[in-house]
Design a protein around this ligand. Sequence first.
Ligand code: PMP
Length: 333
Amino acid sequence: MKQKYFMIQNSILESIGNTPLVRLRKVTENVKATVAAKVEYLNPGQSVKDRIAIKMIDDAEEKGLIKPGGTIIEGTSGNTGMGLALVAAVRGYKCIFTTTDKQSKEKIDLLRALGAKVEVCPTDVDPEDPQSYYSVAKRLSEEIPNSYYPNQYENLSNTQAHYETTGPEIWEQTEGKITHYACGMGTGGTITGVAKFLKEKNPDIKVIGLDSFGSVYKHYFETGEFNKDVIHPYKTEGIGEDIIPGNIDFDYIDDVVQVSDKQAFLMTRNLATQEGLFVGGSCGAAVFGALEYAKKENLKSTDLMVIILPDSGTRYISKIYNDDWMRENNYIE
Ligand code: PMP
């Protein structure tokens, strides 16, 4: 693996990837397996999504889909926007992002701090609704000349980024000993790209997808049916969907575990206070769900589970790390 900090880099974009894999020691009580977390907040944009941001723009430049001085337009829960904004800053593009009113204020402020324009759209509308953040991003990309809409949901450069970087890193860091891979599912790029790489190396590796209650994924995984009735609002940001994106491929996924907001957020706080991992809510969801699976399936001491931690706690200071907000939402007494 490249020793990324021992040379002068041409830009901050070269420090994307090669994140550490860190053993979890305390939150893993009653789990026999070794559990290690891939700490993605150590990317320069503090999330796993830097990896896809640079890949989607590299691929678009190569295909001539974006020209110098052009505008990148994307629907994002915040992290992909942050990665794209870094790429845009270094390469001289403008950015317009659409997001939903459920995302934390910190994420929106961060995007604006990096020079992006941000349109906040309502969360509780159908994806096809003209007000939805998907529709607004698409419309803007049609209206604004010399713009490029990466569309992380359908753009397979997303999955490919993880197939080329995250997957090989995990394989090398575990010296091929990984037995279980657990990952939250948003666009599906992280779970699918890594799973594809790992299963090509060793088809026995089990892949566990973590989902939120209120998302369509678990029901779809189990029945093959898209059921709108299971959709309801929830607070965990970045995982679970109300669509089936082109980047998720359930053929690579062996089990799906749903996690509640309360379970996710209490685990998020435990990761900070017990492991020194200051992470976001989808990390708590991933760890809680993965450990439930490890207990249910009685993983052995020889098993090695890797869990992806997608982003940083800095995005959630006003929510998960704020006692008033946690109390108002009945997550703590
Ligand atoms: N957690 C967070 C905080 C995210 O922003 C995302 C991206 N939506 C994910 C998890 C899920 O990653 P992916 O889109 O690759 O499924």
